[in-house]
Ligand binder design. Structure first.
Ligand SMILES: [Fe+2]
Length: 295
């Protein structure tokens, strides 16, 4: 597999965080067996016969997923928002859900600004159920929003937030602030959110579609114990933040030129992230060759 990539290893905290007594031990899993996550962002799937950016994006999504799953069998897929091309479409959600079923691939489908969480809920299992099925002994969700929650999975904390309307709701922020101090996991926390909760260089996206309340969101996120990394997308570029533990994963469909004031498509190399969770966090942010999208 070729393409641009960033590989990073992060050691787990030197002193494991003590879990609250209410948490139970995770199911036994050999320490050297990684839990493998494939992350795709901004798939913008349109149904066949409805080209998006002159592309059959349903076929591209299928090919991307099949290629990545063939080469590296993930334990869990994270669809980190913008599953739909333009407007939320129940047929698109059904198409993606069918494909996941065919590939027998458990998936956490999270909403982006081109999605409707209420429609997604009809086609995809609740994130809490997905993580419980993966063996998470404790899953907590925001009472006001199932697309906001936390799970302790193989001694990692996995948090997800809903930014579908370009902000994280006050209900989610309140929930996170009320619970953050208790969201302990031995190896620390990783977080998935569609929008970047901090400024990322991209002239067009920063000017038109930032996360509106990102300062409040970042302040709440930073309360998570032993925060290891935030994975986001939305800006259609790969980026490693120089000061924050924040990785932006490029769209699995096309890149937007970060230097342009306009929505200028730069290339169509599908981006993805590969995460392996063991005692530490190992992740790769990469892009596949463009030629896999032809045909
Ligand atoms: Fe987006």
């Amino acid at each position: 597999m070729t393409g641009r990539k960033t590989e990073v290893n992060q050691a787990a905290p030197q002193t494991p965080t003590q879990s609250p007594s209410s948490l139970q031990a995770s199911p036994a899993r050999p320490a050297d067996t990684p839990f493998r996550l494939l992350v795709l962002n901004d798939m913008h799937v349109a149904m066949p016969g409805t080209p998006y950016h002159h592309r059959n994006t349903a076929a591209i999504f299928r090919r991307t997923l099949e290629t990545l799953c063939r080469s590296r069998r993930p334990d869990l897929l994270i669809l980190n928002g913008d599953l739909c091309a333009t407007v939320p479409d129940p047929a698109t959600y059904r198409y993606i859900a069918r494909l996941l079923h065919q590939l027998q691939l458990p998936a956490l489908a999270l909403p982006g600004n081109h999605d409707d969480p209420r429609l997604m809920h009809r086609s995809f299992p609740h994130p809490a159920h997905v993580l419980a099925d993966q063996g998470a002994p404790l899953v907590l969700t925001c009472p006001d929003d199932p697309y906001c929650g936390w799970a302790r999975l193989h001694d990692w904390g996995i948090t997800w937030l809903n930014s579908y309307d370009h902000r994280v709701s006050q209900a989610q922020l309140d929930w996170l602030q009320d619970n953050a101090a208790h969201l302990h996991a031995d190896h620390g926390n990783i977080l998935f959110i569609h929008h970047p909760p901090a400024a990322v260089p991209s002239r067009f996206m920063e000017a038109h579609y930032p996360l509106y309340n990102r300062d409040s969101v970042l302040a709440a996120i930073e309360q998570l114990p032993a925060l290891q990394r935030i994975f986001c997308g939305h800006y259609h570029r790969s980026y490693e933040h120089p000061r924050l533990p924040l990785s932006m994963v490029n769209s699995s469909l096309y890149s937007i030129d970060p230097e342009s004031p306009n929505h200028r498509v730069l290339h169509h190399n599908p981006g993805y992230a590969w995460i392996e969770l063991t005692q530490g966090l190992h992740y790769t942010v990469a892009e596949l060759p463009e030629n896999m999208l032809q045909g």
